[in-house]
Design a protein around this ligand. Structure first.
Ligand code: KG4
Ligand code: ZN
Length: 353
């Protein structure tokens, strides 16, 4: 089955053609084209929804056309012939941005009489782990894919959630953040430190320079008997520390980055492993922008060693960690139930219904 997937939940305009062969455990990415308005938002230190939506409108058709031709599927007029389904992010996200992708997908579905599949962006972040990059060299190719049951951990700019998946269509939300998302907290702390937006990548780079650190921040809810998170207290603790220190030097900023990252990641790793133990799962599957962090991946691998658990750890290839349409196509390929275009609307508050 070949799917044309569209993702426009925030500042990325992304389209992809993915293919899942019958019975395959993964999808192949035949094309992935992404335009972003991020540099504009970096100048203002955060996403401005109105400008993100305007860029989505400008980018959507060129991006979809390019994805179709790169994927060997011809032009928009050839969708009926070459594409089996159209998948689109329904939510959550910014309403103006979402509307562009959803209305575009509905129009294409109507004009080409092609089934339309709506996708929850958050679940799709986990499905980046079921993606095989068509252009990957042999040594870069993913050779194994998650098996059920698995614990899914979503760590993005807007969300931090733990879920239990018994099958592609049977999942249960176990817990999530009570306030800020992990990426949001990193970005806000980065802003306070004068780092550019989004701050996650620079925090990782600076933290990587530290061998020994004299600062320690608390990991909120580390010992609570649930699968919840809270990152707003960490943000306040770091902000107070910054306010009480005069003229921070570069090495001091690096140490703050290290201590922040450690406090945030320790709780995420601990709770995910606890969920994997409680539910006796065979895989831990991580997705979302913060999963681009190599240190987070290493912490998961270290914890697996320490606990001697037979659980497999899955992180997506870096290019599939942040928002992209290939993950939307992957989710749709494993959950291909379609809906009539007339009944579809963008849902900015969509969660785990
Ligand atoms: O998943 P995503 O692209 O967008 C949302 O759906 O929210 O995630 C963006 C988030 C930002 O908060 C960004 O700072 C964070 O992912 N991020 C990282 C790294 N790369 C991106 N956080 C930590 N380390 C990174 N290397
Ligand atoms: Zn996302």
């Amino acid at each position: 089955m070949k799917i044309l997937a569209i993702e426009t939940s925030c500042d990325e305009t992304s389209a992809s053609v993915v293919e899942r062969k019958s019975g395959a455990q993964f999808v192949r990415v035949l094309s992935l084209v992404t335009s972003t308005s991020l540099p504009e938002h970096a100048m203002t230190g955060g996403i401005i929804p109105e400008s993100a939506a305007r860029r989505q409108i400008e980018y959507i058709l060129p991006v979809v056309r390019q994805a179709l031709t790169d994927g060997g599927c011809g032009e928009i007029g050839d969708i009926r012939k070459n594409i089996d389904a159209i998948a689109v992010t329904q939510g959550p996200g910014l309403i103006g941005s979402l509307l562009v992708g959803v209305e575009c997908a509905k129009t294409l579905s109507y004009l080409s009489s092609t089934p339309l599949i709506v996708v929850n962006h958050l679940l799709a972040h986990l499905y980046a782990n079921f993606v095989q990059d068509e252009n990957a060299q042999n040594d870069e190719k993913k050779i194994s894919f998650p098996t059920f049951p698995f614990i899914g951990l979503i760590v993005s700019g807007g969300h931090t959630d733990i879920l239990l998946f018994k099958s592609h269509s049977d999942f249960k939300w176990l817990g999530g953040t009570r306030d800020d998302a992990i990426g949001e907290a990193l970005d806000k702390i980065g802003r306070k430190l004068g780092l550019s937006y989004p701050a996650g990548p620079e925090i990782e780079k600076r933290a990587g320079k530290i061998k020994a650190c004299s600062i320690k921040f608390n990991s909120p809810l580390l010992h609570s008997d649930d699968f919840d998170f809270s990152f707003s207290g960490l943000k306040t603790e770091v902000a107070r520390y910054i306010d009480s220190s005069k003229n921070l030097t570069t090495p001091e900023i690096d140490e703050i980055c290290y201590a922040t990252q450690k406090a945030a990641f320790d709780v995420v790793v601990a709770k995910t492993f606890r969920a994997a133990e409680v539910y006796n799962t065979s895989s831990i599957v991580v997705g979302g922008g913060v999963a681009a962090n190599q240190n987070l991946f290493e912490l998961f691998c270290d914890e697996k060693q320490k606990k001697k658990l037979g659980v497999e750890i899955f992180f997506p290839k870096k290019k599939y960690t942040t928002d992209n349409a290939a993950m939307i196509g992957a989710f749709a390929a494993f959950n291909p139930g379609s809906v009539l275009w007339k009944e579809v609307r963008a849902m900015p508050e969509l969660y785990f219904a």
